[in-house]
Write a protein that binds this ligand. Structure first.
Ligand SMILES: Cc1cc2nc3c(=O)[nH]c(=O)nc-3n(C[C@H](O)[C@H](O)[C@H](O)COP(=O)(O)OP(=O)(O)OC[C@H]3O[C@@H](n4cnc5c(N)ncnc54)[C@H](O)[C@@H]3O)c2cc1C
Length: 558
């Protein structure tokens, strides 16, 4: 499914691009995916259809994620990593930090304890007064009925939903802590990803349904690609101090890997189908009474524009073997959510937790609602905790933002290609430039011939030579290399012209210099001859007089 070119119905893309610019002429199209192909055998939608759905709902989704109900999340930033002990390292960048909500007065009215005064004097089962602890109060806020206070039976959960009621958990305003480039990387993040892929994804030889195994991998890879898209889209430009898209970084991490782009779309299909699936049961959910209807109508408005055929969850665990595979799948995904506690960068951990919880909630909705039993379906949706719902909506927003960014990066890529082509034409096709280049190419050739090193200069993507103070920030990054052989062939007429022009001008210069130098040379030869005659006359002779470079002189005075 990844074998052909990325092209759309209304394609304004790249087939005609790069005819003359050596830097881009042979560049591949943006991403080798056909936008008109299905996203996966389990998704009856094409990449283009997902783009269209996303364009349609994007604005409403952003508004929903920014409501006071969905923009706050709670998590324990200091929960110890249970998978390995070597977890004392921290990301000390400012960008890694999370700004926790400490100023409670700044929260909207319905988050203030006194608004739910009736809770103040209510004691919970442990005899604690519920108004005393603001965090506890938030846990209870917006809970519509007693059912919701009991967590769903653990065997249907794909994450530890008790995490959010932990007494160490802090409240975070997600909108004040955007997911973007933090500088987190190196061994630390590599250890996390490697543990997720190597220890938790299914390996080839393992038994079980291949669709399920494949879905697990695609889910993780899509999550990884989404993070890479966000950090490339909001990347710190150290020259301007602004957060802006970095196309080279995006291409190196995601754009050059069609499979990763495709996995982003796969994740979009999973989360949106989960949302679509809870639509009939949303009536039972109550958000805060003051804005219950608003939030609900916003959610309904989005869900009603989604498409049920976007993902067919029934294909994943199809036969009797599946129950075991499903248990395994669930346990492995739970591990992935817990590995987030090992992430050293707080900001990355925050978004890692939000998104793995969002995917876990989607998986629970997709795979644990018993199709034959309406009551059980309602009950599972009723028991979704507030933090699962917040995570679900925010994960959908994140993946939707990634899809939007991929399309923006495609535009940037095409603009760069087209810009490169025009700039190349105007910059290089004037007579004085050609003369200058002829001169330069001659000087370079002479220097190359004289150079004993014969080593190729390493050039960055920007075209600058790699010097010590110019080492790329991402040393681990394999940026796409320039295709020098292509450049050579594309330049051959220009080069031939340079060579011929150079030879001709050198010949002219030689003849000119010969005439200019003639009187001087005659004078030098005469002087030399007279000198020899004089020496002979006074009786002084040189040993090896005929040699041009006598090493030693000896006076032979009789
Ligand atoms: C949970 C988590 C959240 C993070 N959040 C942020 C953040 O918000 N901001 C930030 O700047 N950094 C974040 N990071 C770090 C970021 O993901 C990278 O690890 C880091 O930028 C270093 O990137 P890298 O090029 O070394 O490769 P990595 O992204 O670390 O990838 C490691 C290896 O995995 C493979 N790989 C890469 N992408 C995929 C994919 N999509 N599918 C399959 N295989 C793949 C490649 O072989 C690659 O070499 C986060 C890391 C983690 C673990």
């Amino acid at each position: 499914e990844n074998g052909t070119n990325w092209r759309s119905n209304s394609s304004n893309t790249s087939n005609s691009i790069g005819a003359t610019d050596p830097q881009y002429e042979n560049a591949s199209n943006f991403c080798t995916i056909d936008k008109d192909e299905l996203v996966s055998p389990t998704c009856d939608v094409t990449f283009q259809e997902i783009n269209d759905i996303n364009n349609d709902i994007r604005e409403s989704l952003v508004s929903l994620a920014r409501t006071d109900f969905f923009k706050y999340f709670k998590l324990d930033l200091y929960k110890p990593c249970t998978f390995w002990s070597d977890n004392n390292r921290f990301c000390v960048n400012r960008a890694c930090a999370v700004d926790v909500v400490e100023d409670w007065d700044s929260l909207p009215d319905y988050w203030q304890p006194e608004v739910l005064g009736k809770l103040d004097d209510v004691e919970d089962t442990e005899g604690n007064k519920k108004g005393e602890d603001e965090c506890r109060f938030l846990d209870e806020l917006c809970v519509g009925n007693d059912n919701q206070k009991q967590f769903t039976a653990p065997d249907v959960n794909y994450c530890d939903i008790g995490d959010f009621s932990n007494s160490e958990a802090v409240l975070v305003d997600l909108s004040a802590n955007p997911e973007r480039f933090t500088g987190y990387g190196g061994e630390e993040s590599a250890q996390i990803w490697s543990s997720i892929y190597k220890e938790n994804c299914f390996s080839e030889g393992e038994s079980g349904q291949s669709l399920a195994k494949n879905a697990f991998y695609r889910l993780v890879s899509g999550f990884h690609a989404s993070i890479a898209t966000h950090l490339s889209n909001e990347h710190l430009n150290t020259e301007t101090g602004k957060w802006e898209p970095n196309l080279d970084l995006f291409m190196a991490r995601v754009g050059n890997f069609p499979e990763r782009v495709s996995n982003l779309y796969f994740n979009y299909a999973i989360v949106s189908k989960a949302l679509w699936k809870i639509k009939p049961y949303l009536d039972h959910l109550t958000f805060c009474s003051s804005y219950n209807e608003d939030v609900k109508s916003m959610i309904m408005n989005i869900i009603s524009r989604l498409d049920s055929k976007i993902f067919n969850e029934d294909l994943i665990f199809e036969n009797e073997l599946s129950s075991k595979v499903k248990d395994d799948f669930r346990a492995r995904f739970k591990n992935v959510t817990q590995i987030m506690d090992c992430v050293h960068c707080d900001r990355c951990r925050l978004w890692g937790k939000v998104q793995t919880t969002g995917y876990a909630t989607s998986l629970k909705i997709l795979f644990e609602l018993d199709e034959r039993d309406e009551k059980s379906k309602q009950s599972i949706v009723d028991k979704l905790t507030k933090y699962e719902l917040i995570a679900l909506i925010n994960t959908f927003d994140r993946i939707s933002k990634s899809i939007e960014s991929v399309n923006n990066f495609e535009k940037l890529y095409n603009t760069r290609l087209a810009g490169g082509k025009l700039a190349y034409f105007f910059q290089n096709n004037n007579f004085f430039k050609l003369l200058g280049k002829a001169q330069k190419s001659w000087t370079e050739s002479v220097m190359m011939l004289n150079s004993s090193k014969g080593e190729e200069e390493v050039v960055l993507d920007s075209g600058e030579p790699l010097e010590e103070d110019n080492v790329p920030f991402f040393e681990d990054l394999n940026m796409p290399k320039k295709n020098s052989s292509t450049e050579g062939s594309q330049n051959k007429w220009v080069r031939a012209w340079h060579t011929e022009f150079h030879n001709f001008s050198e010949a002219l210069r030689f003849i000119y210099r010969s005439y200019v130098d003639l009187p001087r040379n005659i004078w030098r030869i005469s002087l030399n001859t007279m000198n020899k005659l004089w020496n002979r006359f006074i009786g002084v002779t040189y040993l090896n007089e005929e040699e041009e470079e006598p090493i030693e002189y000896k006076l032979d005075i009789i």
